[in-house]
Structure formats: structure tokens, C-alpha cells
Design a protein around this ligand. Structure first.
Ligand SMILES: C[S@@+](CC[C@H](N)C(=O)[O-])C[C@H]1O[C@@H](n2cnc3c(N)ncnc32)[C@H](O)[C@@H]1O
Length: 331
């Protein structure tokens, strides 16, 4: 039997325990592999959420401003596109963060008298709790059903809760955090959770001057560095590890040939870090891969849509053509 409302208190506690076990397994798996890595989805604890808000305000982090411009100036076109396509739908958002940009669309749909349920899906429970509290105050009458957990699992849950057509938002260039060799599989998995006619709006960061890109992930104030190191702090706190943060340097790099911007934490010296029964050895200069932010061309985006079972419907760019929000329709 399906549990109808996964968000009840008991189920959230059970989910929290399962999430902690998964966190431990993923960390050990990543740090005992021949090339060490940590999964970027674990950046977002309550402190990570705050640091990401500060990254978005950094002058170098152009991505937010670009997508903000798109939503501020083109939200009516986006809303019209959606409303001309379907009149009865649920709005699902994958990784909403603070909804500063998607909020334009939430407000516009409400102003048009569209009756929809908003399902924010986020791995950060604190984000879901905040949105459940604040959105009904900001948009009186809006139905908000927060789904704390991983994108694909919770998209499945949203489908179980309601069989209405889905309009799914996946903004902020979060698709770029999926390694390019896995992006096709990820889009196919998204498509599998959706039905013909459903819409998916995805924000992609476009290829541009390499220095502009690198600077965005290497802000002068050091917030991105703190954001990366915060994951080590989280592992210390939640999994009882003994990372010495001062022994790791943050190193971002961008390769314009592949479009991959990658962040590493590099061990300053030979050391051992303990997590439960594991003693993880780091050689001096050994990198730990933290996050990828893949940049795309319009052609690559088009190919991704076609190969994963979507058809391009419309696209919205900022005035500098640095960022694009594409709307894909499930075929
Ligand atoms: C880069 S932020 C983007 C926030 C927002 N969409 C924006 O454009 O400002 C990524 C968001 O996705 C969430 N997130 C990251 N990985 C996730 C995953 N695997 N499943 C669910 N949420 C995830 C984070 O907690 C965070 O809120």
C-alpha cells in the first residue's frame, strides 16, 4: 500500500534516519575510491543553504542575475506559454532554493487566477520547512506541499499524490551539477517520471569567456571556498569525522574545451582522516573532487532534449546571452 502523505512527522523522521545512513555510505564510498570525491548534493545543510544564498549575491556569480533578468522581464511570456498549453496542472520545482526567481512565476500564475498546487522538492529539509512556512504568507491561498528528498524519488511521490499534468521547474543551472556523461541518463530518468504533454523548464548556463566562468566559482570574498569546506564541517559534525579544514585548499578550474568547471579540495600535506572505523589516507597534494558545473552550447541542449524524449518548445535568454531557460515538452 502506498503511504499517502510522506511528509507526516513520523515518516519525515524515518526519512531523516535513512538520509543519514545514505550520507555515511556515499561519503565512505567517495573517499575510499581510487580518485576521491564527495557528492555535491550534500553541500546543502542549513549552513550550506545560507552560504549558497551569499554566493548568489557575489558580484562574480553572474548566473543568478542572468536568470533573474529572464524571470523579471519575461515571466508573462513564460506564464502564457504554460497557460496556453494546459489549464489544470501541478507546478513542481526541483531544488527551489529560496524561490527568489521562480517566485515571479508563482506570483504571475496566481495573479492570473490559476489554481495550482506547488510541490517544491529539495534535499535540504530546512529549505522545505522555510518554504512551507513563508510561501502561504507571501502568496495567500497557495497550496504548498513540500517534498524533502532527492529529485527523482520525490518527483515520483508528486506523481503519486496527484495525476494532474506536471509543469516542472529545474532552475539555477542545477542541471550543470550532473556530470555531462550522466546528463542524458538523468534527463531520461526525469522523462520516465513524467507523462506526454508535461512541461519541463530547465536553466542552463551557456559557454562564454572562460575567465568569466572561472571567476564565478572563485569569488574574491572566499564564499565558494567556505561553501566547499562546509561539507567537511558537516561530515565532522554529522558523521563524527576529524577533518582539519585548514589542511585543505579550494581549487576551481574551467576547461573551455569540455565546458566543465570543476571544484576540488586539495590536501596540503600527507594526513589521515577518521570517519567511524575508517582511516582515510590523503597524500600531500591529493585532490578531492567536490562539484562540477557543466556549461552548454545551444546545440548540445537541443540534442539533450531530443535524445531524452523531450521536444524543445521555447527558450528564454538574458540580454547578454549568457544563460538560457528552455521549455521542453514530453513526447
Ligand atoms: C544551485 S541551488 C539552486 C537553487 C534555485 N533553483 C536557484 O536557481 O536559485 C540547488 C538547490 O537544489 C537542492 N539540491 C541539490 N541536489 C539535490 C538533489 N539531488 N535532490 C534534491 N534537491 C537537491 C539544493 O538543496 C538547493 O536548494
Amino acid at each position: 500500500m502506498t503511504i499517502p502523505f510522506l511528509t507526516d512527522h513520523y515518516t519525515r523522521l524515518k526519512n531523516r534516519q535513512a538520509a543519514r545512513e545514505e550520507f555515511y555510505r556515499d561519503v565512505i564510498h567517495g573517499l575510499t575510491a581510487s580518485s576521491k570525491s564527495l557528492s555535491a548534493k550534500y553541500f546543502y545543510d542549513a549552513e550550506g543553504d545560507k552560504l549558497f544564498q551569499r554566493i548568489m549575491q557575489c558580484p562574480e556569480y553572474y548566473l543568478t542575475g542572468c536568470e533573474q533578468e529572464i524571470f523579471e522581464h519575461q515571466v508573462q511570456d513564460i506564464a502564457t506559454l504554460i497557460c496556453n498549453h494546459t489549464s489544470d496542472f501541478d507546478l513542481v520545482e526541483l531544488g527551489p532554493g529560496d524561490t527568489a526567481k521562480s517566485g515571479y512565476l508563482l506570483g504571475e500564475l496566481q495573479a492570473r487566477g490559476i489554481d495550482y498546487t506547488y510541490f517544491p522538492i529539495d534535499i535540504s529539509e530546512s529549505i522545505i520547512q522555510t518554504l512551507e512556512k513563508t510561501l502561504p504568507l507571501k502568496f495567500p491561498g497557495m497550496r504548498v506541499e513540500g517534498l524533502p528528498g532527492d529529485y527523482l524519488d520525490m518527483l515520483k511521490e508528486a506523481k503519486l499524490r496527484s495525476d494532474k499534468q506536471k509543469v516542472v521547474l529545474f532552475m539555477g543551472a542545477s542541471i550543470g551539477n550532473v556530470p555531462p556523461q550522466e546528463a542524458l541518463g538523468f534527463c531520461k530518468a526525469l522523462r520516465k517520471q513524467l507523462s506526454p504533454g508535461d512541461l519541463l523548464l530547465v536553466g542552463f548556463d551557456l559557454k562564454k569567456h572562460p575567465q568569466v566562468i572561472l571567476d564565478a566559482y572563485n569569488d574574491k570574498a572566499g564564499i565558494t571556498r567556505a561553501f566547499n569546506l562546509n561539507l567537511l564541517k558537516r561530515i565532522n559534525r554529522e558523521l563524527g569525522a576529524d577533518f582539519n579544514l585548514e589542511q585543505f585548499v579550494h581549487y576551481p578550474m574551467y576547461d573551455p574545451e569540455t565546458g566543465s568547471c570543476k571544484s576540488y579540495l586539495v590536501s596540503q600535506r600527507e594526513q589521515r582522516v577518521h570517519i567511524g572505523p575508517h582511516a582515510i589516507h590523503f597524500a600531500q597534494g591529493e585532490p578531492m573532487f567536490m562539484e562540477i558545473s557543466q556549461k552548454y552550447s545551444l546545440t548540445e541542449i537541443q540534442q539533450l532534449a531530443e535524445r531524452s524524449g523531450f521536444r524543445s518548445f521555447e527558450q528564454f535568454q538574458d540580454s547578454r546571452h549568457w544563460f538560457v531557460d528552455v521549455v521542453w515538452r514530453c513526447v
